[in-house]
Write a protein that binds this ligand. Sequence first.
Ligand SMILES: Nc1ncnc2c1ncn2[C@@H]1O[C@H](COP(=O)(O)OP(=O)(O)OP(=O)(O)O)[C@@H](O)[C@H]1O
Ligand SMILES: [Mg+2]
Length: 434
Amino acid sequence: MLAESPLIQSLRTAVAAAPDDVPLRLHLAALLLDAGHGDAAVAEVAVALQRAPGDVEARRLMARALGVPTQEGAPAQEVASAQEVAPAQEVVPAQEADSAPARPGFDWKAAQDQVGDVLPPRFVEAPLTVDGGGDAGDAAAWDVERPGAVRLADVGGMQEVKERLEAAFLAPLRNPELRRVYGKSLRGGLLLYGPPGCGKTFIARAVAGELGAAFLSVSVNDVLDMWIGNSERNMHEIFRTARRQAPCVVFLDELDALGGKRSRSQSSGMRNTVNQLLTELDGVDAGANEGVFVLAATNVPWDVDIALRRPGRLDRTLLVLPPDGPAREAILRYHLRDRPIENVDLGKLVKATDGLSGADLAHLCEAAAERALLDSARTGTVRLIGMKDLLAAAQQVLPSTEPWFASARNVAMYANDGGMYDDLVAHLKKKRKL
Ligand SMILES: Nc1ncnc2c1ncn2[C@@H]1O[C@H](COP(=O)(O)OP(=O)(O)OP(=O)(O)O)[C@@H](O)[C@H]1O
Ligand SMILES: [Mg+2]
């Protein structure tokens, strides 16, 4: 496959930021086509047509992408009516398209029927309720790294996690009075843990959006790449900044790498970083950390230095499990938002995807789109992504969380010291895995 030029890549970014801008998308499609990325161009034009079914330029480009001889420059209306007098070819239903032989020409009328003026409904039934009503419009902001853009309402489902976050983190942070009454200071922190790709980072960003407070996000890459040799000083700097900006949340993502077991850390630099983190968490003098709250995330809490988990440090844990039904619905809706789909029964799809992580669901949507796209390119008939593609993809995608649960099971059985993993034990029992 040809590599995409920097211009195309920039345009892709622009289109992702403004998915409703049809002319922009068509510009991208035209460049893709000129660069020999025919399939990619078809996909972009299909999205454009779904947004603006009558767009003349879109129709012209689609015809060009699929190699249909049109009178260049002729108004699309004329092209369409010329096609209408031609003997109508039967429309290939989505279900049969993959067995259809490749056609030499392109049946514009059939394509028009499918992506034309009368678009099929995108979803077949009223969607399950998603709390907070984070609809596809709001969802477009999800991937943009804009602090405050993601709110807890954008996190689909996961009611229990939200309630615990509210009680253990947000309520005391918002309400100093409450803190006094319950004797809870803002010291100490919360450790989010769970299988990969299930929304820990996403939830932390939502917390940032919820607070309107300063939010300092530190991932292990920041430490290892940028601050080599300076890790401790920078760890200190992070907390100093946080104290200056209090109330402030410090988010330590991928904590396992940052604060791995001291005995296991190869380099003494890493060990010193962990020690520095311990010092910072304790605060140099009493009250130094007032208003500084630490949120951390890891896939492997059992690899996190036990010293980091002592009272006053990261003393509370919150298990983030694979997305539940409403969460899966929100995630699927988000990943399908820009794709040409028809008659998608989200309820059915949600049922078929139990156990898949957020990342798995993204992959599923990608695979389904690819299936429909290849079909369209092969048959020369544009067809939208249907339930058949999505369910087939659901069959193929295996839950990537399985290996995590295998290790977690051992920990729950043999290393649940002090009830640290009670949530995990309860979940495994419920799933009859323990
Ligand atoms: N409840 C949810 N509602 C909406 N989207 C979600 C939800 N949970 C996860 N996602 C989506 O899944 C993606 C993956 O989640 P995220 O990166 O936060 O996982 P993670 O637990 O931090 O994974 P890792 O352990 O690999 O760092 C997010 O970008 C988000 O789009
Ligand atoms: Mg993460």
